[in-house]
Ligand binder design. Structure first.
Ligand code: APR
Length: 239
């Protein structure tokens, strides 16, 4: 086990980059994907989260994301989202999230990059540049973009490109500290972002479960839930 990194040199000009996953929103009541009882235990990825699924059954795909959006509108950011946002008062903070929820933004984080899209937005199914805010919780069959095609969820499905990966790599390469919160690091290319840190940059992972960090040897693993782990990190950073 590595020692907890020395954070004493970090100051107001230091860049803290957070890479978050489903676990950061778990304490808000949103299911993760791969934990016991997680979303991918209840739904087949290939039925709801691939381009093939969209071609085969738009109703099912729309319904899956509509239900998730409905739930999102009923939950609130938690202590971990808020702690990350509060750190903006002391450091330059950037958030890269794999989550499609908007809880980082609602907690007050100003710089949030969504790697896998945004649940509260829809997109044209013929022109990726046409992205719209969704009013309420539903995309309905028959809701069309300005080019006349059915609107789809603005999410990155399995088998699709991750258009934000290069800007995300650039951000990580500028980090003075990378904090990875609530992700199983099972999904690439997001998990590979840990490789983009500059030599010597500390990485702290906050997650209650064991993580396979063999590829990321300099990472310190704080085995806590996001709220508790962020509280501990906050105290270290503010000391
Ligand atoms: N606090 C912090 N971490 C938690 C908590 C919690 N309260 N509860 C669970 N976790 C951790 C789990 O231990 C696990 O390591 O969150 C992680 C969730 O992992 P996944 O379900 O695999 O979610 P994520 O890593 O975000 O998935 C990546 O996969 O399905 C796709 O596109 C989807 O963005 C998602 C991507």
């Amino acid at each position: 086990m590595n020692d907890f990194p020395d954070l004493g040199k970090l100051g107001s000009q230091s860049k803290l980059v957070f890479l978050s996953g489903a676990g950061v929103s778990a304490e808000s009541g949103i299911s993760t994907f791969r934990d016991s009882g997680g979303l991918w235990e209840k739904h087949n990825i290939y039925d709801v989260a691939t381009p093939e699924a969209w071609r085969a059954n738009q109703d099912l795909v729309l319904e899956f994301y509509n239900q998730r959006r409905k739930q999102l509108l009923q939950v609130e950011p938690n202590a971990a989202h808020r702690a990350i946002a509060r750190l903006q008062d002391y450091f330059k903070v950037e958030v890269i999230t794999q989550n499609v929820d908007d809880l980082h933004e609602r907690a007050g984080s100003e710089k949030v990059m969504h790697l896998h899209g945004e649940l509260r937005k829809s997109r044209s199914s013929v022109d990726d540049s046409l992205v719209y805010d969704i009013d309420g919780w539903e995309i309905k069959k028959g809701d069309l973009c300005e080019k006349g095609s059915q609107l789809r969820p603005h999410v990155v499905w399995f088998g699709e490109m991750v258009p934000m990966i290069e800007p995300a790599q650039e951000l990580v390469s500028q980090a003075d500290l990378l904090v990875v919160v609530g992700t199983s690091l099972n999904v690439y290319p997001a998990a590979g972002l840990l490789h983009a840190v500059r030599a010597g940059t500390p990485i702290i992972a906050i997650d209650p479960a064991p993580l396979d960090l063999d590829h990321f040897p300099r990472t310190y693993h704080l085995r806590e839930k996001a709220g508790e782990g962020m509280q501990k990190l906050w105290l270290k950073l503010r000391r």
